[in-house]
Design a protein around this ligand. Structure first.
Ligand SMILES: Cc1cc2nc3c(=O)[nH]c(=O)nc-3n(C[C@H](O)[C@H](O)[C@H](O)COP(=O)(O)OP(=O)(O)OC[C@H]3O[C@@H](n4cnc5c(N)ncnc54)[C@H](O)[C@@H]3O)c2cc1C
Length: 470
């Protein structure tokens, strides 16, 4: 006989495990299915372990610059194995945390490979054999994996995906990072701070291409100043791994093909959704470029089947996955008659994005170019960190905050930041955007002094010609 649930969640990343918790909170009999690690990519192989690595690199950087703060630090060195060990320990702690949360919320965990076998039916294969579960509703949250270069698949020795880069067999001496999205730039920043010679290759004409153009050019200058080589408008045409390194042929901006030798390469050219062998075809689930199509409440085209997170449309971010998890669980509870469930639709314009390179970048909403393309008449504010007392006291004067307002209505269309701690600050603008605040609300808010967040106030004032400290 099969176990029957109100809700089964397939995949336990930040989308899946959060959906399961919210479902259980709303009284749904809930199960979760996971084939590898509770917590998914984010906790085990993504967001969290990379931030642990980057924290070590940040401290190493400060130690090397101790003199700037009137301090001395002698015989500074980095032990990559110990840095990686700490990062794996942090990931393990969070994985155990999710195990605890499943127990606390009385969610049944099934470890094994899940596959949809019909409407409301799921089969799980594990070492224990095959079991069948059924549910009124199923949420697919199977996430995604790294995309390989078609002509040079990762071998884990010389050509790495993010998983290899997170548990490196050795410290790269001369590293080629292919792709300058958030993942590529974070690893480039980490290994550069740790002492590797780093080259970043980006096919488009600027790095971090989804960000505002001003952020891209500021970051490029900063990374070059830190010693990185950055090749934009360039493509890797050949990548060959040998016993002692990788050789690459790179077509540069001017059309020339240049050969180069590196000790290792990290391929960070995007992700592939985990949609194969999970039974989507038989149910005729609609997809676009492999990612499952959903409405703003995370419904697929198949009744009773929902999808969230990286397996659906971008942005492919953990907080987007978790937010969708809450929306889907609430929408399911409502369909099952829970009058306390009030799901709201997802609004992709209000999802912030953060990259934890050095200096950090963070943004929400439209870039200046996208706002203009969409036909808005814009007012733009821009405030540099050098005009902020706290940034000067911290020795972190590299950075700026940029705001983009609709000149007609005062709506904040977008905000873009680069500099220290900006990943902690972007939430101020995100809350404001979600609450549909206008320029006056941001101007009339009181910002604590001394904080770097005062630059957020100044960037709003600046858009209306009223900045105070510049
Ligand atoms: C190096 C790196 C750094 C990142 N840093 C950030 C960051 O700083 N901030 C941020 O917001 N995002 C970051 N991300 C992205 C973030 O990790 C993803 O957006 C997030 O994990 C997506 O969550 P998810 O729940 O959709 O899927 P996932 O986290 O991918 O989880 C899916 C789970 O489903 C399981 N699964 C798949 N198929 C099956 C099956 N058939 N049966 C059973 N289980 C299955 C998988 O094993 C996995 O555990 C980073 C990603 C990487 C790779």
């Amino acid at each position: 006989m099969s176990d029957t649930y109100d809700l089964i969640v397939l995949g336990s990343g930040p989308g899946g495990y959060v959906a399961a918790i919210r479902g259980a909170q709303l009284g749904l009999k809930t199960a979760i299915v996971e084939r590898e690690n509770l917590g998914g990519i984010c906790l085990n192989w993504g967001c969290i372990p990379t931030k642990a690595l980057l924290r070590s690199a940040e401290i190493y950087h400060y130690m090397q610059h101790a003199k700037d703060y009137g301090l001395a630090a002698a015989s500074i060195s980095a032990d990559l194995d110990a840095v990686v060990k700490r990062s794996r320990g942090v990931a393990k702690q969070l994985n155990q945390g999710v195990t605890h949360l499943m127990k606390k919320n009385k969610i049944t965990v099934h470890m094994g490979e899940g596959r949809l076998t019909g409407a409301g039916k799921l089969e799980i294969k594990s070492e224990k054999g095959t079991e069948t579960l059924s549910a009124k509703h199923i949420i697919v949250a199977t996430g995604a994996r790294a995309r390989d270069l078609p002509f040079a698949p990762a071998d884990g020795k010389r050509i790495w995906t993010y998983r290899h880069a997170m548990t490196p067999p050795e410290m790269p001496k001369k590293l080629l990072v292919i792709g300058s999205g958030a993942i590529g730039i974070e690893f480039a920043s980490f290994y550069n701070d740790m002492g590797a010679e780093v080259t970043v290759v980006e096919m488009l004409d600027r790095i971090v291409p989804v960000e505002d153009a001003d952020v891209s050019s500021f970051l490029e200058k900063s990374l070059k100043k830190q010693g990185m080589t950055i090749l934009t408008g360039a493509g890797v045409e050949e990548l060959k791994a040998g016993a002692n390194g990788v050789s690459a042929k790179i077509k540069t901006k001017d059309g020339k093909v240049e050969a180069g030798d590196y000790s290792h390469a990290i391929v960070a050219i995007g992700i592939v959704p985990n949609t194969e062998n999970i039974g989507l075809e038989a149910l005729k689930v609609k997809t676009t470029k492999g990612h499952i199509d959903t409405d703003p409440w995370c419904r697929t085209n198949v009744p009773g089947l929902w999808a969230i997170g990286d397996v659906t449309a971008p942005p492919w971010l953990a907080h987007k996955a978790s937010h969708e998890g809450v929306i889907a669980a609430e929408a399911i509870a409502k369909e099952l008659g829970n009058k306390d469930a009030h799901p709201h639709p997802m609004d992709a314009r209000n999802i912030p994005g953060c990259t934890y390179c050095h200096p950090q970048i963070a943004s929400v909403g439209l870039t200046e170019a996208k706002a203009k393309e969409a036909g808005y008449d814009v007012k733009v504010g821009n405030f540099p960190f050098i005009g902020n007392g706290k940034a000067i006291a911290l020795g972190e004067v590299e950075g700026f905050v940029k705001t983009v307002f609709d000149a007609k209505t005062g709506e904040l269309l977008g905000a873009h930041m680069v500099g220290a701690e900006v990943t902690e600050m972007i939430q101020g603008y995100t809350v404001g955007k979600t609450a549909e605040l206008v320029e006056e609300d941001f101007m009339h808010s009181v910002y604590p002094h001394p904080t770097i967040s005062e630059t957020m106030h100044e960037a709003v004032l600046g858009a209306y010609g009223r900045a105070l400290h510049i």
